[in-house]
Write a protein that binds this ligand. Structure first.
Ligand SMILES: [Zn+2]
Length: 222
């Protein structure tokens, strides 16, 4: 009898151990499954949707995209990390945003391209923001200006008002930072990616801090 009782107790202990092991195993599996299930939800949240504004703070934005597949618009999707500020360097009369749009969409076989051109009264949108463009001069460098930046050209045509262009560009940048959930640290000069004095006037007159301050003011007004 005693032996039988001992055997039963042994079996119960064994059963209890098996149950505990199974319980731990199930807990681990469930936890892992939950972790796996959470990841795609996060990825969906992070997915960017390119914006096509019709105006920013009252400044009209005209979308006239470069044809997909042209050298300047390879159609490569990417993550947006920076807003890269440039100046066209074209001081000639009439070299406003519209003329640069015509250059990019109709005349140019050049690979050089960027996302927006800003002048003293309007903005042209040339390439969707979630696609690569060739404006920063750093090739296909990972984390570089081309691969991860939205290129914005400010017109410097001699018959334009650069102060208005400067102001319009800060409006566009405030809008884009908000649209893509970026901080003002994302605002870069072309010269931050390669050794080049671009945006030339802003660098020469040491106005980058003023530019960022204005962007912040527009962000607060949103
Ligand atoms: Zn530049």
């Amino acid at each position: 009898m005693k032996k039988k009782k001992k055997a039963i107790r042994k079996k119960r202990v064994l059963l209890a151990i098996i149950l505990i092991v199974v319980a731990i195993y199930v807990t681990i599996i469930v936890t892992q499954n939950n972790q796996n299930r959470e990841q795609p939800v996060l990825a969906e949240k992070e997915e960017i949707v390119a914006v096509f504004p019709e105006e920013v703070f009252g400044v009209p934005v005209k979308t006239k995209l470069i044809e997909l597949g042209k050298e300047g618009r390879p159609g490569v999707k990417r993550e947006i990390k920076y807003i890269v500020i440039h100046e066209t360097g074209n001081f000639e009369k009439g070299t406003d945003a519209e003329s640069h749009s015509i250059l990019l969409t109709e005349n140019s076989n050049d690979s050089t391209s960027w996302h927006y051109t800003v002048d003293d009264h309007e903005i042209y949108h040339h390439i969707p923001d979630d696609e690569v463009a060739w404006h920063a001069g750093d090739g296909v460098k990972n984390g570089g200006g081309n691969i991860n930046g939205i290129g914005i050209e400010l017109c410097v045509n001699s018959d334009g008002d650069f102060e208005e262009t400067f102001d319009n560009a800060t409006k566009l940048v405030a809008y884009l930072l908000d649209a893509y959930n970026l901080s003002t640290d994302a605002i870069k000069k072309h010269g931050d990616f390669i050794s080049k004095d671009c945006p030339n006037t802003i660098i020469k007159e040491n106005r980058m801090d003023e530019f960022i301050k204005k962007v912040k003011e527009y962000q607060e007004a949103m």
